[in-house]
Design a protein around this ligand. Structure first.
Ligand code: URA
Length: 280
């Protein structure tokens, strides 16, 4: 992306002034301050730093026991195994229809419509969010509200878009009333849909946005702060964790960290292409 467009996107995200070129040589005079222009509003070395620190577990060959997702933890017992097995055999079209007709939890009574997912079905990146909000509920597409616009800008700044090479879905396919947090039973009942979407999409990289997505995918109670900055695995698929865009709208200070995470994800994707990180 050309730098004026990229700079504009980063400015819109509130990031443009964050990373500045520092004086390369010692003994730089005060007059050099004028050279402190924004030139690379990204922590390009995020991936390398993580590898150096041993945090890119797969690349460094120090992978922890793979986290296999909440579907493998206690919540699995809340789901009817026959229903989960049926969903696991659906193709894209049948899956979309099944989601549209779902009455497995009480959210079906308050939703306007289900929000299935959007983007390229066999994209190299799959982004997993939490649940539809009011605008998503009204339009039937994930991340179309204010948080979605921020997400689109962040993706654009790293040269990706939902229309080209990203698939976007949520853990929950129905809006929780008043945008309250998803409840464990809702996550458990809806998870087979997300699981099947990941199986069908076969992404090379998963990006979990926010606590619910990360905890559901990775089967952990750990915080975003604890999970970000390293490569996890969801059933073998590399997974990077970052803050939820809606959270970023309220916590501007963490936008820079989220941007760092996206640049890290881009570095992981490049490592995957070069073979430094093995695909699933
Ligand atoms: N937040 C999400 O997690 N998903 C959406 O689709 C919209 C907002």
């Amino acid at each position: 992306m050309t730098s004026p467009r990229r700079t504009a996107l980063l400015a819109e995200m509130g990031l443009a002034p964050v990373w500045r070129r520092r004086a390369a040589a010692a003994g730089r005079g005060a007059g050099d301050a004028a050279d402190d222009t924004v030139i690379a509003a990204e922590p390009v070395a995020a991936s390398e730093r993580a590898v150096a620190a041993g945090r890119t577990e797969a690349a460094a060959g120090r992978a922890r026991a793979p986290a296999q997702g909440a579907i493998a933890d206690g919540r699995a017992s809340m789901v009817d195994p026959a229903r989960a097995a049926r969903i696991a055999a659906l193709d894209w079209e049948a899956l979309r229809e099944d989601v549209g007709a779902c009455t497995a939890c009480s959210l079906c009574r308050t939703r306007k419509q289900t929000v299935f997912g959007t983007g390229v079905q066999e994209a190299s990146w799959m982004i997993v969010g939490e649940a539809p909000g009011a605008e998503e509920d009204a339009r039937g597409e994930p991340f179309v509200g204010q948080a979605g616009r921020l997400l689109d800008n962040m993706l654009a700044a790293i040269g990706r878009s939902r229309g080209a090479d990203v698939y976007i879905a949520n853990v929950l396919k129905c809006r929780p009333p008043g945008n309250r947090n998803p409840e464990p039973l809702e996550v458990a009942q809806c998870s087979p849909y997300m699981v099947r979407q990941i199986e069908l999409a076969r992404p090379r990289l998963l990006v979990a946005m926010g606590r619910f997505a990360a905890q559901t995918l990775l089967g952990t109670d750990a915080s975003i702060a604890a999970l970000r900055g390293r490569v996890h695995r969801y059933h073998g698929v590399p997974c990077v964790v970052t803050y939820h865009p809606a959270y970023l709208l309220r916590n501007l200070a963490d936008k820079a960290r989220a941007w760092e995470d996206l640049c890290f994800a881009r570095g992981v994707a490049r490592d995957l292409e070069s073979g430094a990180v093995r695909p699933s």
